[in-house]
Ligand binder design. Structure first.
Ligand SMILES: C[S@@+](CC[C@H](N)C(=O)[O-])C[C@H]1O[C@@H](n2cnc3c(N)ncnc32)[C@H](O)[C@@H]1O
Ligand code: SF4
Length: 372
């Protein structure tokens, strides 16, 4: 049976953070009910018995704005309509402000077995710059309560290169996070996204961007610190203890099949990329899919290299094009440029794998262009 990952988008947040462009808005009880009902209908309609679901990911937005009974209701709909693997990984993203002893136990009992908490920083002034609704103590308290509730697979998200941050504040947060000993740490460089409050403030000259060389210094020092503490870097921004890589997110980088359900979600299934509507009114009136694109062989190859190069193990030329020779024949027009990246130490070849070096990560976008 083909394996499948399911992504469920929960588009609600208490308040928009200053840097975030994810599809989310304020919730009210009526809208939440109608959204869950539409989601359940979409699950039924898009169910496919030829798949075995081995990962489920509640992302957002803030899925922890749903009650445990509502998460259980959605999970029941999935288990009632899909074949589910016995060792299914079920992740839920959570904002520390929305967690408490009771709902953490409830989520665990509902079947969530991996918790991903947005921490971003443990520096109070940076949390406030980012517009976060929690403080550092909330993170410590909810993390401890999550352990008590039985979560033995926890990810903490950190963002670095935030305006007004320094190498010192960044390393301090990372050291504190490492002390908490989560199984997984995501360490993201701040992306300046159009439509966010940060974007407007940068444009108006009210905020200064962290210079690129400092951003890169923060990344490499952070990455080294994490690796020294047994967090292996398996993807550019993702670090985990052995055996705790996020199985769901690996599907994106491996071009495995996944079904995205809910507002604005994306799917890659049966060689087709699908995009759901971003319009909440359309969605709650049960019009789900807005874009459909059948991938060509060319799309599949460039996407496999493009996404696969994000992984620390890189990409297998044989898996993508049958053999090393066929790979270079396919990329003969960019071969010269690729060779110069290899000779300058940005890319390396190990057996039949093409891998970005530490230096290569800093210019990954430039390198990836050669493979599109
Ligand atoms: C859906 S949120 C996580 C759960 C919850 N909404 C929260 O923020 O606590 C996903 C993660 O994406 C990261 N993120 C969001 N916007 C980002 C940006 N502009 N640059 C870098 N990372 C970003 C944050 O680390 C965030 O925790
Ligand atoms: S970072 Fe999380 S809490 Fe903040 S706006 Fe984005 S999705 Fe919502």
């Amino acid at each position: 049976m083909n394996k499948l990952g399911i992504y469920i988008h929960i588009p609600f947040c208490v308040k928009k953070c200053n840097y975030c462009a994810f599809l989310s808005f304020k919730m009210n009880d009526d809208l939440k009910r109608r959204y869950i009902d539409a989601l359940k209908l979409e699950i039924k309609e898009r169910a496919d018995s030829k798949y075995l679901v081995d990962t489920i990911f509640f992302g957002g937005g803030t899925p922890s704005l749903l009650k445990p009974s509502e998460i259980a209701e959605i999970l029941n709909e999935i288990t009632g309509n899909f074949n589910i693997s016995k060792d299914v990984e079920i992740t839920m993203e959570a904002n520390p402000d929305t967690l408490n002893e009771k709902n953490l136990k409830g989520y665990r009992n509902a079947g969530i077995n991996r918790l991903s908490m947005g921490v971003q920083s443990l520096d109070e002034s940076l949390l406030s710059v980012m517009g976060r609704i929690h403080n550092a103590d909330d993170v410590y308290r909810e993390y401890a309560l999550a352990r008590e509730a039985g979560f033995d697979n926890i990810n903490l998200d950190i963002i670095f290169a935030v305006p007004a941050s320094s190498l010192e504040t960044t390393m301090d947060t990372l050291e504190k996070i490492i002390k908490l000993n989560p199984e997984h740490i995501s360490y993201y460089s701040l992306q300046l996204e159009e439509g966010t409050s940060f974007f407007k403030d940068f444009k108006d000259g009210k905020l200064d961007e962290i210079p690129d060389d400092i951003d890169r210094d923060m990344y490499h020092r952070g990455s080294n610190l994490l690796q020294k503490n047994n967090y292996s870097r398996y993807e550019i921004s993702n670090f985990s203890k052995k055996g705790y890589e996020c199985k769901h997110n690996l599907k994106y980088w491996n071009m495995d099949e996944y079904l995205g359900l809910g507002l604005g979600s994306s799917s890659y299934i049966g060689g087709v990329r699908l995009k759901n509507t971003d319009d909440i009114n359309e969605y709650i009136n049960n019009k789900y899919i807005s874009e459909r694109h059948k991938n060509t062989r060319y799309d599949d190859i460039s996407e496999a290299v493009f996404t696969g190069l994000r992984k620390a193990e890189g990409v297998s030329m044989k898996e993508i094009l049958g053999s090393k020779e066929e790979f270079w024949e396919y990329y003969k027009d960019s071969k010269e440029e690729i060779d110069s990246f290899i000779s300058e130490g940005y890319l390396l070849i190990k057996d039949d794998r093409l891998i970005l070096t530490d230096k290569g990560i800093d210019i990954s976008n430039k390198i990836m262009v050669c493979f599109v």
